[in-house]
Design a protein around this ligand. Structure first.
Ligand code: FES
Length: 145
C-alpha cells in the first residue's frame, strides 16, 4: 500500500526535532483525524532556509510527508519553499494512497504557516503567501484527487 520511500521516511524520518529561537514556526492540524504537524525554520538574512526541523504527532503518512517536505525546503529561498506543493511532496515519495492525501496537505500548510510566522516576525511580505489555515479540513482535498 505504501511506496518504499514512504516506508523509509516513516521509519527513518529526516530533520526531526525543534529549533530554538526559530525564524518561523508553523503548526497545523486536522480536526478530523486529530493529527498535528509543527515545522521550524532557521532563515538567514538572504531569506534562505538554512535549517528546518519538524515534529509530527500523527499517522505514518504524516510523518513521511513532513520528513520529505523538510528535505525539499532545506537550502531553498522562502519564495521557492512557498512553491512546494503537497503534490510535489507526494511525487517525491512516489505517491500516497488517496485516503492519505490530506496528510500531505498538512505538510504543505505547515510550511506556509512557518513562512507566515517568519514574515510577520520580520515585517516582510512574501509574494503569493496567504494566511494559512490552522485546521486542514477534508473538503479542500476533493477537487484534485
Ligand atoms: Fe490525518 Fe494522516 S491520517 S494526517
Amino acid at each position: 500500500m505504501y511506496s518504499d520511500k514512504v516506508m523509509d521516511h516513516f521509519q527513518n524520518p529526516r530533520n526531526v526535532g525543534e529549533i530554538q529561537n526559530a525564524s518561523g514556526v508553523g503548526t497545523v492540524g486536522n480536526a478530523k483525524c486529530g493529527d498535528i504537524m509543527r515545522i521550524y525554520f532557521d532563515i538567514d538574512d538572504n531569506q534562505i532556509i538554512k535549517d528546518v526541523k519538524f515534529k509530527t504527532f500523527g499517522c505514518g503518512a504524516a510523518v513521511a510527508t513532513s520528513s520529505m517536505a523538510t528535505e525539499l525546503v532545506k537550502g531553498k529561498s522562502v519564495q521557492e519553499a512557498l512553491e512546494i506543493t503537497n503534490k510535489a511532496v507526494m511525487e517525491a515519495l512516489d505517491g500516497l494512497p488517496p485516503v492519505k492525501v490530506h496528510c500531505s496537505l498538512l505538510a504543505e500548510e505547515a510550511i506556509h504557516a512557518a513562512l507566515w510566522d517568519y514574515a510577520e516576525k520580520n515585517g516582510i511580505k512574501i509574494e503569493g503567501l496567504k494566511k494559512p489555515k490552522s485546521d486542514i479540513g477534508e473538503e479542500e482535498i476533493e477537487e484534485d484527487y
